[in-house]
Design a protein around this ligand. Structure first.
Ligand code: FA5
Length: 352
C-alpha cells in the first residue's frame, strides 16, 4: 500500500505541474483529494493492513493530502498571477492617452440667426415676444385690415386648420408674424417696441420658398413715431447684421395693414451697391446694387382702431422679414437654395 501511496503522490505532483488553468486545478483536487477522490478510496484499504503499519500508512496518507493541497495552492497562485500579468499586457489602459471625442453637434444656422437678430434689436430697447403660430383668422387677417373674402389675402397662400369656427373665424397656421402686431397692440402697453420671431406656413415651395419658414416682425408704436424712425432702424439693422457700410432703401409698395407701405432693400455687399461686379459686368448676386429683404410701413389707422388704440394719439411702424432670407443674404453664406436649410444634410449644416 505504501507503494500505491508513493505512486499517487507522484501522479499528483505531475498533474499539478502540468495544470494550465485554475479550472484544471479544481479538477485535480477533486480527482485525487476530494471526498470521493483516489486518496479517500485508497484509505479504505487501511482496514486490511496490520496494526503496526496502520498508523504509519495513515500518517503518510495525511502527509500526501497536505502536501498535495499545499502544491495545488502554490500552483493556483502562480497561475492567477500569470493570468493577471497576461491581462495587464493585452488589456493595458493608458489613462494619460487623449480620449476619443464623440462628434459634437452645434446649433442650427436658423437658431444662430434668430439669436443674432434678437440681440441686435435688444440693444436698442426692443423686446422679444412670441405669439401663437396657430391662430384665429381675425388676428392673421381681419384685424390687419383684410376683411373676409378680400383678394389681398390670396398672397398669403394660407393653410386652414380642420377645427371648429369661432367668433374670430377659422383657425389658420399663421402665414406671417403680423398677427403678433395685433396681440401686442391689444396689451395697450406703450411704448411698444416688439420684435416677434416665429414660424410661418404657406403653401409654397421652390428655391426661395419653403412651406415652413421664420419671420421677424418689428413693431414700434408710441406718440410721435414717424417714417424717419423707421429709416433709422432699417439702416441700423443693415449695418449690424450685414456689416459696416451696408445701408437700406425703401420703395413704395402695398400692404393692407400699413399706410404708406414699402418694400425694403439692402445695399449689396458684393458690388457695394453699384450693381457692377469686379469684372465690370452686372453684379452676379444682385444685378442692380440692391437686395430685397421684406416689407415695412406705418401701421394703418384701421389696425390701431381694431385693437382699441386711438390713431390720433399713437402712431407707429412695422416691418416683417424672412429669417431664412436674411441669413442667405449674409456675405459668405453662399446658400442659393433655401430648401437645403431643412434637409438635415450634416455636410451642409456643419459649415455654420
Ligand atoms: C408679409 O408677410 C408681411 N406680413 C410683412 C410686413 C410686416 C409688411 C409688417 C409690413 C409690415 P411678405 O409676404 O412679403 O410680407 O413676406 C415677408 C418676407 O417673408 C419675404 O420678404 C420673405 O423674406 C419671407 N417669406 C415669405 N414667404 C416665404 C416662404 N414661403 N419661404 C421663405 N421665406 C418667405
Amino acid at each position: 500500500m505504501k507503494d500505491q501511496l508513493d505512486a499517487l503522490r507522484l501522479e499528483i505532483e505531475r498533474d499539478v505541474k502540468a495544470a494550465k488553468s485554475l479550472e484544471d486545478l479544481e479538477v485535480i483536487e477533486v480527482k485525487y483529494l476530494g471526498r470521493k477522490g483516489e486518496l479517500t478510496s485508497m484509505l479504505k484499504g487501511l482496514a486490511n493492513v496490520t496494526a503496526e503499519e496502520r498508523p504509519v500508512l495513515g500518517a503518510l496518507a495525511n502527509q500526501i493530502k497536505q502536501d498535495g493541497l499545499d502544491l495545488i495552492a502554490a500552483r493556483r497562485e502562480d497561475l492567477a498571477s500569470s493570468k493577471y500579468s497576461a491581462l495587464a499586457e493585452t488589456e493595458r489602459v493608458d489613462v494619460t492617452e487623449p480620449g476619443a471625442r464623440p462628434p459634437e453637434g452645434h446649433l442650427h444656422i436658423m437658431t444662430h440667426t434668430i439669436r443674432e437678430i434678437t440681440s441686435i434689436f435688444e440693444k436698442i430697447g426692443f423686446y422679444r415676444t412670441r405669439y401663437p403660430e396657430i391662430d384665429w383668422d381675425w388676428y392673421a387677417f381681419e384685424a390687419l385690415n383684410m376683411p373676409p373674402e378680400h383678394p389681398a389675402r390670396d398672397d398669403w397662400e394660407t393653410f386652414f386648420m380642420d377645427a371648429p369656427i369661432s367668433k374670430k373665424g377659422k383657425m389658420v397656421m399663421t402665414p406671417h408674424t403680423s398677427n403678433g402686431q395685433i396681440h401686442e397692440l391689444q396689451r395697450h402697453n406703450f411704448p411698444i417696441r416688439m420684435i416677434d420671431i416665429g414660424k410661418c406656413y404657406r403653401r409654397q415651395v421652390d428655391a426661395t420658398h419653403t412651406p415652413m419658414f421664420h419671420q421677424f416682425e418689428g413693431l414700434f408704436v408710441d406718440k410721435g413715431v414717424n417714417i424717419t424712425h423707421l429709416r433709422g432702424i432699417l439702416d441700423y439693422f443693415a449695418e449690424q447684421f450685414f456689416g459696416p457700410g451696408r445701408v437700406s432703401r425703401i420703395r413704395p409698395h402695398h400692404f393692407r395693414f400699413t399706410e404708406p407701405s414699402f418694400e425694403v432693400d439692402i445695399s449689396c455687399g458684393i458690388c457695394g451697391g453699384t450693381g457692377i461686379g469686379a469684372d465690370k459686368k452686372k453684379c452676379k448676386v444682385c444685378k442692380r446694387g440692391w437686395l430685397e429683404i421684406g416689407g415695412a410701413g406705418m401701421v394703418h389707422p384701421n389696425v390701431l382702431k381694431a385693437c382699441g388704440v386711438d390713431p390720433k394719439k399713437y402712431t407707429g411702424f412695422a416691418f416683417g422679414w424672412g429669417v431664412e432670407r436674411v441669413a442667405m443674404m449674409k456675405e459668405g453664406a453662399k446658400v442659393d437654395d433655401i430648401r437645403i436649410l431643412y434637409q438635415n444634410d450634416v455636410r451642409f449644416l456643419k459649415q455654420f
